[in-house]
Design a protein around this ligand. Sequence first.
Ligand code: MTE
Ligand code: MO
Length: 387
Amino acid sequence: MSTQHSRRDVLRGTLALTGLGLLGFPEWALPLLAQGETLVPFTDLPPTFNPTPRADTRLVDIRAIDGPFTPRDRFYTTQHYGHPAVDAAAFRLTVTGLVNQTLSLSLDDLKKMKPQQLVAGFECSGNRRPFQGLASNGKWTGVPLKAVLDKAGVKAEAREFVFFGADKGEEEVEFRAEKFKVEQQFGRSLTREKALTPEPFLAWELNGEPLTVHQGFPLRLVVPGWYGVANVKWLSQVHVQQEKYLGKYQARWYRSLRGEVINGETKWKETEITLMQPKSFIARVTKAGAAHKALVVVLNDGTPVKSVEVKVDDGPWQAATADAATKDKYSWKFYTFTWNGATAGEHTLVSRMTETSGRVQPTAEQIANKKTFLEDNSQYPRKLTIA
Ligand SMILES: Nc1nc2c(c(=O)[nH]1)N[C@H]1C(S)=C(S)[C@@H](COP(=O)(O)O)O[C@H]1N2
Ligand SMILES: [Mo]
């Protein structure tokens, strides 16, 4: 503990020297740097970083990531209708619709089921440069969704599984010339094929502690490998039906428009937000004496990572090394790039990741035919100056 404190004190001095304190670097966000190590500030950032741009929204300062798991009071957070108040004692998760037996489960009923742990990191599908702050990684405690669905008994004709949060808001639903004002719950859905896999998870703890209201206390869904929007917080109901669920946050707000050339002709496709696209970003560059290194963070749908590389200016792609602390399938992954021979002056560093499937993280130009800002997994060149 005391070593940690003295390191933090050392760093506090460093930050003052580099001027990051003036950039609004929040107190909690001090990275755990080794003795003598200092941050090399990025020069491509806007002058201020505001970790709470809106009430109930919190960004992670990626320069300050200090371990594989994001503490629950720093975990990035966002939602559409604010925080509903859920009384844990009165809380029931209901399972309704095309099931043999409707369920109404208390938190204790769930906890008696056979708790498991799941390491899963995720980012909001709107996460993008310059800050990339809508991403975190956690160790979740809960039960597989399938265990609850098996208890209810899913009927053969069930096709669509709708997950409702306790949070509600008034929405205007447009139909041609008509507009309807309705109060609706936040809802997302999974197909039968996805819902009945062993992976979707009902979590009540993050990193060994109860979820905070920010993470969806008392219960949330976590769909490993999917963008954050799938992870319905304050989960109150699972409704099983046949027809597709076309709620606002399923079918309208969360979709991408992409032009795809098929047989020589561009077809414009609108798709739902599901699996995370392969992404890496340089979180920070540090220096110890003359030695420089970069921390690269990787997120994807769980497909194994073949390589993570960094390019300095117009040089060749060079391999970064995997960090053993982030080996779990759905964890975000850390890679360290050792930057040998850094010369004084301005530099651009960019990272890219390649999956074992052969899929390579695209450049911004390569995804220029994606017209909506969601799912921006493009390679992110960072600028800095070596003194
Ligand atoms: N009930 C509910 N769940 C929700 C949302 C919401 O608005 N309501 N927002 C989603 C979105 S868009 C994201 S990115 C994640 C954020 O989860 P976090 O706050 O734990 O990081 O929650 C998802 N789950
Ligand atoms: Mo999101």
